[in-house]
Design a protein around this ligand. Structure first.
Ligand code: BV8
Ligand code: ZN
Length: 250
């Protein structure tokens, strides 16, 4: 019986093109809390799906603003982990025949060297006006403020440039991701619970197009069960091991 790591390495060795889909789990070993982990401290009392929504922001802009400023500080203090770096090395190996699709709003993939990256849910480093969409550059005062700053153009509230629950994903990004997972020989899924749609549809679109799916996750979830191979482990360990197996002489 072929070990999952050997099977995953064989699939990648035979692949001409690769799509990777990541979720919060790949940033967990960098110290960035995932969505489903119990929110630490003050945030334990709030449901992230309420805070990360237009309704939550309208109900209490100050609370949501402070939540994002605290998360932004955490992301800026974090460093990419060996999982992020292994993904950047896979991009170098596949060149143009590669796309990284991430649900994460942090910039750890880019800081690890990933270049061909699509953010399905936006970026926590981007801010804009809730009403007129004018971009806003965060000031040190904004970061310490108890509530969002006013838009310089229209005076309405500035919000984070992320996709909230109940909001549409950027159409071009989602279409590109969908096309890639249907066309790439292999889709490697890492660090996602597959709980949030439409991103969670992507691995199934790959399987529906008779492509191989490798799932990297310490837990067995719905995607692990449907995947061609499930590498049970943390991405910071499993991805470097997979790369080493791939680069070892066959
Ligand atoms: C939309 C940005 C509609 C914000 C995020 C019922 C059925 C189907 C859909 C819905 C439904 N009810 C509501 C919906 C829609 C909703 C949805 O899917 N809800 C879920 C909860 C059911 N989706 C939406 O609202 C989307 N929009 O549908 O619009 C529409 C249609 C027409 C017109 C207008 C509107 C928008 C979804 C985007 C929400 N924004 N993020 C922010 O970050 O503040 S989602 C956010 O949560 C993340 O970006 C991510 O996508 C998701 C969390 O998922 P994961 O990344 O997987 O993280 P999670 O914590 O869940 O899991 C971590 C995993 O890592 C675990 O599996 C764990 O085992 C693993 N792990 C842990 N450690 C490691 C590890 N893996 C590897 N290594 C480790 N070390
Ligand atoms: Zn405005």
């Amino acid at each position: 019986m072929e070990q999952p790591l050997d099977e995953a390495a064989r699939l990648l060795r035979g692949a001409g093109s690769l799509a990777i889909l990541t979720g919060a789990g790949v940033s967990a070993e960098s110290g960035v809390p995932t969505f489903r982990d119990a929110q630490t401290g003050f945030w334990a009392r709030f449901d992230p799906e309420t805070l990360a929504s237009p309704r939550g922001f309208d109900a209490d802009p100050g609370l949501v603003w402070r939540w994002y400023m605290e998360r932004l500080r955490g992301v800026e203090r974090a460093e990419p982990n060996p999982g992020h770096r292994a993904i950047a090395r896979l991009e170098a190996r596949f060149g143009e025949e590669f796309l990284l699709i991430t649900q994460n709003v942090d910039d750890l993939h880019e800081r690890a060297g990933s270049r061909r990256v699509v953010h399905l849910h936006g970026s926590i480093a981007r801010y804009l006006c809730r009403r007129c969409g004018a971009p806003h550059v965060l000031t040190p005062t904004d970061r310490e403020a108890p509530h969002p700053p006013p838009c310089a153009a229209c005076g309405d509230l500035v919000r984070p440039g992320v996709v909230w629950f109940g909001e549409m994903l950027p159409v071009e990004a989602l279409q590109r991701a969908d096309a890639w997972v249907r066309a790439a020989d292999v889709t490697l899924v890492a660090g996602t619970s597959g709980a949030v749609y439409p991103a969670a549809d992507l691995p199934y679109a790959a399987l529906g197009a008779s492509r191989s799916v490798i799932d990297v996750n310490p837990e067995r979830g719905p995607i692990s069960a449907a995947a061609t191979v499930h590498l049970q482990g943390r991405s910071g360990e499993a991805l470097p091991q997979l790369l080493a197996r791939l680069e070892a002489p066959a």
